[in-house]
Design a protein around this ligand. Sequence first.
Ligand code: GLU
Length: 469
Amino acid sequence: MTVRVRFAPSPTGMFHVGGARTALQNWIFAKQHGGAFVLRIEDTDVSRNRPEWTEGILSALDWLGIRRGTYEGPYFQSSFAAEHRAAVEKLAAAGQAYFCDCTREAVQARTGDPHRGYDGHCRGRGLAQALGRALRFRAPDKGQTRVVDLIRGEPTFDNAKIEDFVIARGDGSALFLLANVVDDAAMGITHVLRSEEHLPNTPKQQLLWDALGHTPPIWGHLPVVVNEKRQKLSKRRDKVALESYRDEGYLPETMRNYLMLLGWAPSGDREIVPWSVIESEFRLEDVNPSPAFFDEKKLRAFNGEYIRALPVEEFMAACRPWLTGTDTIPAPPWRPEAFDPDSFAAVAPLAQSRVAVLSEIVASVDFLFLDEPVADEASWAKAMKEGAADLLDATIGAYQALPTWDAESLKTTMEQVGAAHGLKLGKAQAPVRVATTGRTVGLPLFESLAVLGRDRTLARLRAARARLG
Ligand code: GLU
């Protein structure tokens, strides 16, 4: 059997990290089996059918390393309308589906139970197709539907508990459950690997595969992704958009690696592993079916490690979008012409060992490119304690007189100034840091001042001294 898998996102305006995991696992599964990966955009909800949303899906996949042109598609569900209609007609003509005009209220009034589902009222009524009537699949009353799931064994469902579910509208247009099956069958899909959220749909869909005369696929329901409170990740509550991680400065390598660890781990006592290892070691059968915790803190730590592993030139190149701004990343706060590549290159190694996400580069280096970094009130108050004016005076005097302007001399001098004021280096340098960088924390101070240069350092120290009055 030639393996054919598909990733079938519905456009939603953002790319959910859970979807990214599903895409990657399908991608690897196809690759491992010498099979095909098919992309199908499930765009039949007209309100969600926007070209820019589809483009967002393609570029998110590109970013993850699933590059356009290297897979089949994208196909669009909307272009299979004729096949959907044919399936609707076939099922209706064969009596495997029937039209129904019951309202939800009427069903509830009969059953007295809002959770019970449809009671089969229209099964024998022989209603003709008409607008406002739904087409329901005649689910079997007896027996069981057993599905083969690579992650969950063979989940078995009692047919008696499957209601006669709606598969099409009165105008003959198919709904998700049917359209999804018709498309998978038309595309020769052999394995449907998707999120656990769809597991309740699976027995219904397998019945449709059978009713349409096709061999059902093998299924694989990947664990649902949850937050630290064990709640399913939600667009409203949690940061779920892959794009927001990208724009914050997560590397695609980090995301790919981390997403693969949702429910799975490579061999040995390690989690950060090259993609080639993941591609060869990953086994869908080894995925843990329990909900997978999306741990943002861990992801951040991973990203820091990935950043530190880059050659410094690559780190500098990776920072570029935050140093210039893009369509989706805000421009930095300095005048573009104020950016100096040499100064940036001089501090890049210091920043590389400290940032966890690339967007942090802006706050790390802005003191070099802003005309005058201005400390906010809180930082100012925190650093400019009693004695700060004297300390700044002494620092200005000593720094003016320095024969050489290098990190070592700047530090030794600061230590001496501090000692003369009864302060250790950490305390003594606080006013100097805020005066010269506008921040209470940042890159190692004396290396920073060495790059900033004598004139600018002294000008900022004098301005701070003047502000103190
Ligand atoms: N469009 C559906 C979704 O995004 C596809 C489900 C499936 O993979 O079968 O959830």
